[in-house]
Design a protein around this ligand. Structure first.
Ligand code: NAP
Length: 230
């Protein structure tokens, strides 16, 4: 099996040191600055050693939805995270057959790395709200701390009480991320409408979207020099 962390295949080998691994879970269709800011602030707030961006292969709650090819979403994730030495991108979920369940990822990472590697699963608060309905919720609660990124104005208390009411002892930390006003849905729509997405995601990701004609951008238009996504 390939290493989950390409840069650090021997993660946690130094047994005297606690290693705090963030796993940034998402569809990343496409990845944007909201995700990058979330990962950076989670890294700082929870003293994470590394944040591993993990594009979902076949997202569990989107099986009927039109999701961009996993290789494209992974490639954009690699481009967007390349400049930060504390970030890495993983093929772990896109290389796994079948529906992507977070429990499978956490179990595999737990089995692969020694106990001094602590796992922190980071994702959007809206996704975390439904945590208890995820596959094998109780075991997930044992394997990782969860970090829920919220947009400003998000009702954290309501989210907290819903998780508590589930009776599953999840450890969830909430962090407010103003940059999460950016959303992948909005970026896809703007690209479709040939509006600017500059400053919503990196130039490298914008270039990839254009070059590969993602989100209904027709290659012919690009070749003819249509200003898409600028
Ligand atoms: P989603 O429902 O598409 O996202 C919900 C909200 O959270 C959206 O506003 C989304 O904004 C935001 N979001 C998603 N990922 C984020 C991240 N890493 N950081 C900050 N905001 C984020 O969620 P999803 O992408 O399908 O799933 C999120 C993660 O949860 C994935 O790793 C997925 O595998 C996992 N999950 C697992 C199960 C399960 O195991 N049964 C079920 C559901 C989800 P954007 O659209 O802008 O990203």
């Amino acid at each position: 099996m390939k290493p989950a962390c390409p840069r650090l295949p021997e993660l946690g080998a130094e047994a005297t040191h606690e290693y705090r691994l963030g796993i940034m879970g998402g569809t990343f269709d496409p990845i944007h600055y909201g995700h990058l800011v979330t990962a950076e602030q989670a890294r700082e707030a929870l003293a994470l050693d590394l944040v591993l961006f993990m594009p979902a292969g076949r997202p569990a709650f989107k099986q009927d939805a039109d999701v961009t090819d996993a290789e494209d979403r992974y490639a954009m994730t690699v481009l967007a995270t390349a400049a930060n030495p504390a970030f890495d991108a993983s093929r772990f979920e896109i290389d796994r057959e079948g529906v992507t369940y977070t429990i499978d990822t956490l179990r595999a990472l737990r089995a692969r790395y020694p106990d001094n590697v602590k796992l922190f699963f980071i994702t959007g608060a809206d996704a975390i709200l439904d945590l208890v309905t995820w596959h094998n919720a109780e075991q997930m609660a044992e394997l990782a701390t969860f970090i829920a990124a919220t947009r400003p104005g998000y009702d954290i208390e309501q989210a907290r009480s819903r998780v508590v009411a589930s009776g599953v002892p999840f450890d969830v930390r909430y962090i407010e991320i103003p940059a999460l006003a950016i959303s992948s849905t909005n970026i896809r729509q703007r690209v479709r409408e040939q509006k600017s997405v500059r400053y919503l995601t990196s130039e490298s990701v914008i270039g990839y979207i254009r070059k590969n004609g993602l989100y209904n951008v027709h290659k012919v238009e690009r070749v003819e020099g249509t200003q898409v996504g600028e």
